[in-house]
Each structure stands twice: as structure tokens, then as C-alpha cells.
Design a binder for this molecule. Structure first.
Ligand SMILES: [Zn+2]
Length: 240
């Protein structure tokens, strides 16, 4: 998932009533998001021409140059959903843990990167598509993502739970830029879970692969970039 806006860190509250209300609202919101996501299956069209298609081709060429496209990511499609990003609280989506029976009935498919219809700018599209390809990689080759290198770089399993049990929790943009996360993570959103940390790092790696040294001043993040660089090389070898 790629979320297009950041959320501030929630403050703690001791009031039971407040927390119960919060939980109910949280559940309702989760259900709403789930239903909207199911609708993505129905309201999408595979992209074969236009701006989104051009962005997809560009990213496909980048993956090809890295040697991890053919035999791994060449069957991944791009669909533009009629659902706007604000309604689903995300600009892109990929079912990296498979599609459930019900979701399948609703038309959701596993090999599809879903892109919100209101993704206007090329740079944003490229960023989202690259990010979602990281999830596609995890879906196509979970064994590779479960190898030691991932845990060594990202602390936990790709398929592990988010860092915080609170729904959609990650640090604010301000906290990210001013605090310790700047040196360890690609973005504020990367602090959500190991999977998003990986997807954001992979996106940054693809964008800056010829000049990773510029991130030496952010040592933790730099180590993750180098781990992704090595993983890409190993995945390429495995595909040969
Ligand atoms: Zn994601």
C-alpha cells in the first residue's frame, strides 16, 4: 500500500469511554476501507495506453535493467481504479498476501497494481508503481523475502505485523524529518511496518541506484539501501 498523506502520532488517553468510542470508530473505518478495497476489483480497468501506461513501461524498463523483470514481475498488470485516493486513504494498492475468496468474488486479482484515478503527476505515478512492485516481488517470491537478509536489514519478517498495533500508525512528516527516523528510514510512511519499510526503500533504491552514496549521511537507511541492492543482485542470479 502506498499512502499519500501522513498522520500524526496519536496521543494516549486513559479514559475508557473515549477508548471504546475510538475502537468502535476504528472498526467502522476498517470495515469501510475493506469494502472500498473490495470495490476496487469491480471498478478497475487495465491500463494499456495513456499516461499511466507510459509510467508502467518506464518502471518495467528499470526493472528489466536490474534483471528482476522477466520471470518474476513481467505478469504484473496495472489497473486504474475509479475510486479516488482520499476515499481509500491510499494512492496505490497491491494484494501482497493474496486475495481472499470473498475479494476474489468481487473481482480483486492478485497480480494487479491498483492505482487511484486521481494520481495526476508523473513523478507520483512512478513512485507509487515502483513501491507497489516491491510488494509484487514479495508476492511472487515470498521465499526470497523470507531469507535471512530481510530480517537482518529490516529487523522483522516482511510478513510480520505492523510495528504498532494501532491501525495505520506511522510517524508524522515532522517527526520523521526532525528525529531519529530520518537516519533510519526512507520516509515517514516507511515507519509503519517492515513491508512498507522495504517497499519505500526499494522505491528509493530504484530512483537513486546510480548514486546511493548520497545517503551515507543517513547510516541506517543507507544500510537498508545496500541490503536491497545486494538482494536485487541475488534475485537476478536466482532467475538466471
Ligand atoms: Zn505499500
Amino acid at each position: 500500500m502506498f499512502v499519500s498523506f501522513s498522520k500524526t502520532q496519536p496521543t494516549q488517553t486513559n479514559t475508557t469511554v473515549k477508548s471504546v468510542i475510538k475502537r468502535i470508530i476504528g472498526r467502522m473505518y476498517t470495515t469501510y476501507l475493506y469494502l472500498i478495497k473490495l470495490n476496487m476489483g469491480r471498478s478497475t480497468q487495465e491500463v494499456t495506453e495513456g499516461k499511466a501506461s507510459k509510467s508502467l513501461k518506464k518502471v518495467q524498463q528499470e526493472l528489466e535493467a536490474l534483471g528482476i523483470f522477466h520471470g518474476l514481475l513481467d505478469k504484473i498488470e496495472l489497473c486504474v481504479t475509479r475510486i479516488p485516493s482520499w476515499a481509500v486513504a491510499a494512492s496505490g494498492w497491491f494484494h501482497d498476501r493474496g486475495v481472499g475468496k470473498f475479494a476474489r468474488l468481487m473481482g480483486c486479482r492478485e497480480n494487479v497494481i491498483y492505482l487511484a484515478q486521481d494520481t495526476e503527476y508523473r513523478a507520483d505515478r512512478l513512485q507509487i508503481i515502483r513501491h507497489e512492485f516491491a510488494h509484487a516481488w514479495a508476492w511472487r517470491n515470498p521465499q526470497f523475502l523470507q531469507k535471512k537478509w530481510f530480517r537482518a536489514a529490516f529487523k522483522r519478517s516482511y510478513f510480520g505485523k505492523p510495528w504498532c498495533s494501532r491501525r495505520r500508525w506511522y510517524v508524522s512528516e515532522e517527526t520523521f524529518r526532525s528525529g531519529k527516523y530520518w537516519s533510519t528510514h526512507a520516509s515517514a510512511y516507511a515507519t509503519y511496518s517492515p513491508a512498507e519499510d522495504f517497499a519505500e526503500t526499494f522505491e528509493a533504491f530504484m530512483r537513486h541506484k546510480n548514486n546511493l552514496d548520497r545517503f551515507r549521511t543517513r547510516p541506517g537507511f543507507y544500510r537498508k539501501l545496500k541490503a536491497v541492492e545486494a538482494a536485487v543482485k541475488n534475485q537476478k542470479k536466482e532467475l538466471k
